[in-house]
Write a protein that binds this ligand. Structure first.
Ligand SMILES: Cc1cc2nc3c(=O)[nH]c(=O)nc-3n(C[C@H](O)[C@H](O)[C@H](O)COP(=O)(O)OP(=O)(O)OC[C@H]3O[C@@H](n4cnc5c(N)ncnc54)[C@H](O)[C@@H]3O)c2cc1C
Length: 405
């Protein structure tokens, strides 16, 4: 079924074919070819880009309505397509060169090719200090660059054509540029190996690792960038995850309302029980609150404002809300809700993935708190020392310092 993106904004339920295939997508672990065709036909891949790049130039609320509609239809398809069309395209168009990188952007915007954004590694990925993937010049006389390392837990890794990789840069003497770079890596070449990672939710979404064993990167496809600056553009990913949660929660609430109308207990539908009513009302209020915040953030971003902390707050609120709403949906369905293959069982598994993907919500809470308090100082907690007893470790409150061991 073909439908245009503006249908979604007009409130017409879009992506009906993709929704009808969502259970199979989860069970088979594969996004059907027809889903990609539907997305190409409706212009989803061009949705987030301005006309000068070949995009649709859609208004921010048209973008958010389409994101929510696709996430509601099939979270796995939504994740895979939106990582490429939104996050990777924003990264290439923000940091790349409009002329040199048009060859990378156009196939992503048409949906002929798919991209992955590779930051995380096998180490604790909340902490970029643990990342080891490195780019070095292929030779002293130019000839491009070589990349070596392993990226893990990456959306689209098993099937992407191109990866936008965050890597360290080996700097030659005299090069005082940033220590990090974005590397645009062609994934169909001998130095690239891939693997898939099994997971509880988003099972249709391709997800796994990329091993770079001296894969070759063209001269133009390394862009040195300070890592703090990258965080600003990576926030597009938090917006993506938030709409994944909002769309999923709306689908879980719709299933809950249907069941509460149809299932009869003690001679009346479940929806006539106060406990169930309260659960439905809480879900309704939370979804609407998340959507309003998300729309505000999307409009602020489109107006060129940073909105980074607000996107972090949104990601925390929306993705955790998605888990709560999905859990209520399972509860309202009783044993049917915990039966493999039931739609709310799938939503419950998918919902938790949104909380961790991108940046985890506990990590983002730190960012929000630091924007309120200033940078935090971390120390090992020693309950026998003066700090552990609630006194100033510098001794400024007059409490005697512990003798150095
Ligand atoms: C669905 C999904 C899709 C993903 N897609 C991509 C992708 O496309 N590209 C990509 O690069 N990565 C991707 N990831 C990886 C994701 O970014 C990481 O899983 C995430 O950043 C957390 O890293 P970790 O799993 O290594 O957990 P760890 O960093 O080991 O963290 C473990 C736990 O400790 C907590 N923690 C760690 N540090 C702190 C801290 N300072 N304060 C408070 N709590 C902390 C975390 O919140 C978490 O609960 C994806 C993950 C998922 C689940």
């Amino acid at each position: 079924m073909n439908h245009r993106i503006d249908d979604a904004t007009a409130g017409v339920p879009g992506f009906a074919g993709i929704a009808a295939r969502a259970a199979d997508t989860d069970a088979s672990g594969l996004i059907p070819r027809q889903n990609w065709q539907d997305l190409r036909d409706c212009g989803y891949f061009r949705l987030f880009s301005p006309p000068e790049l070949g995009g649709a130039g859609a208004a921010p609320l048209a973008q958010t309505a389409a994101m929510e509609a696709l996430a509601r239809a099939c979270p796995s398809t939504y994740w895979s397509a939106t990582v490429s069309a939104l996050l990777c395209v924003k990264l290439i168009s923000t940091y790349g060169d409009p002329d040199k990188h048009r060859r990378l952007l156009e196939p992503l915007l048409s949906g002929e090719r798919l991209a992955a954004f590779a930051v995380a590694e096998t180490t604790a990925s909340s902490d970029s200090g643990t990342f080891r993937t490195k780019v070095r010049p292929a030779g002293p006389a130019g000839g491009g660059f070589l990349i070596r390392g392993e990226k893990s837990k990456i959306t689209n890794a098993p099937n992407a054509d191109l990866a936008v990789v965050v890597a360290r840069r080996e700097r030659l003497p005299g090069d005082d540029g940033p220590a990090w770079c974005l590397a645009f890596v062609d994934l169909f070449q001998p130095g690239v190996h891939r693997y898939e990672i099994p997971r509880m939710g988003l099972r249709g979404m391709p997800w796994g690792g990329l091993i770079f064993d001296d894969a070759l990167i063209g001269e133009d496809d390394i862009v040195p960038v300070p890592i703090e600056e990258l965080a600003e553009t990576m926030a597009w990913g938090w917006l993506k995850n938030s709409f994944a949660a909002i769309g999923l929660a709306e689908a879980a609430l719709a299933a809950s309302v249907r069941h509460a109308r149809e299932r009869v207990s003690f001679g009346r539908p479940l929806g006539h029980m106060e406990g169930v009513q309260a659960q439905l009302a809480d879900s309704r209020a939370q979804i609407d609150a998340a959507r309003l915040l998300a729309q505000r953030v999307a409009v602020e971003r489109a107006a060129g404002q940073s909105a980074r902390d607000r996107i972090a707050m949104l990601k925390i609120y929306a993705t955790e809300m998605g888990v709560e709403v999905a859990a209520r949906a399972v509860q309202i369905h009783g044993a049917a809700g915990v039966t493999p293959g039931h739609e709310v069982e799938r939503m419950y598994r998918d919902a938790q993935m949104n909380v961790i993907g991108g940046f985890t919500t506990n990590r983002l809470r730190e960012q929000v708190a630091e924007s309120l308090l200033g940078p935090a100082v971390y120390r090992a907690f020693d309950w026998t020392g003066p700090a552990g007893l609630g006194h100033d470790p510098a001794g400024l409150d007059g409490f005697p310092q512990r003798a150095a061991a």
